[in-house]
Ligand binder design. Structure first.
Ligand SMILES: N[C@@H](CCC(=O)N[C@@H](CS)C(=O)NCC(=O)O)C(=O)O
Length: 210
């Protein structure tokens, strides 16, 4: 049985959503962030040494890191879906790119913005660079949707699920106001029944402003 080690208000929502899209049976093990530090509880380290969420266990297998989890689950339990474009097919490279771009590039300046906000005025010299990096990434993402409805092409894929957390964080900080294609995409994604079921089961996605 697939077990999703789910931290409230976190990237783990993507994994619940993916499993709802696939229709695979799974169990949720809930973990709650510390009210002050917002860190995960120490019990998560018993599942994976990083102590972060999402983590998925499937029998003896332990899979950490959202992109790896999404690839693992789609390839093992979601073969009947069209969520993963075929290797070497027309949407393969774009799909691979966005699967990696989400955590490898797009989230970095958002994390820096979060840490800068904790530092207050001491982080003032860093802010212009952080904001220009966020704007650069978001403009690139907006441009990618000029001729297609989804990141990897005309169809909804696992890359949209992986990229959704970037959109959630950007929207939560009011940064999608002048980016109509990204704003329309996050609305379409949130309207998907599987997205809504993941929220019902995992709880609302209430993120920190950054
Ligand atoms: N790049 C990792 C990031 C994992 C991560 O940082 N998860 C956050 C939740 S969104 C977490 O567990 N934070 C709690 C903590 O660091 O203690 C992934 O995509 O899985």
């Amino acid at each position: 049985m697939i077990k999703v080690h789910h931290l409230n208000n976190s990237r783990s929502h993507r994994v619940l959503w993916l499993l709802e899209e696939i229709g695979a049976p799974y169990e949720i093990v809930h973990y709650k962030r510390d009210a002050v530090t917002r860190l995960a509880p120490p019990e998560l380290k018993k599942i994976h040494p990083l102590g972060k969420s999402p983590v998925v266990t499937d029998g003896d297998r332990v899979v950490a890191e959202s992109g790896a989890i999404i690839e693992y689950l789609t390839k093992t339990h979601g073969k009947k879906t069209k969520l993963w474009p075929e290797d070497f097919g027309p949407h393969w490279i774009a799909h691979t790119h966005w699967m990696h771009f989400a955590e490898g590039s797009a989230m970095l300046p958002f994390l820096m913005a979060l840490y800068a906000s904790l530092l207050g005025e001491n982080a003032a010299p860093l802010r212009p660079r952080i904001e220009s990096e966020i704007a650069n990434h978001l403009a690139y993402m907006e441009g990618a949707l000029a001729k297609q409805d989804y990141f990897a092409g005309p169809d909804f894929t696992a890359a949209d699920i992986q990229m959704s957390f970037v959109l959630e964080v950007a929207d939560n900080s009011g940064r999608l106001k002048d980016l109509p294609r990204l704003a329309a995409l996050i609305k379409r994604l949130r309207d998907r029944p599987a997205y809504k079921r993941a929220i019902e089961k995992g709880g609302p996605l209430e993120l920190m402003r950054r």
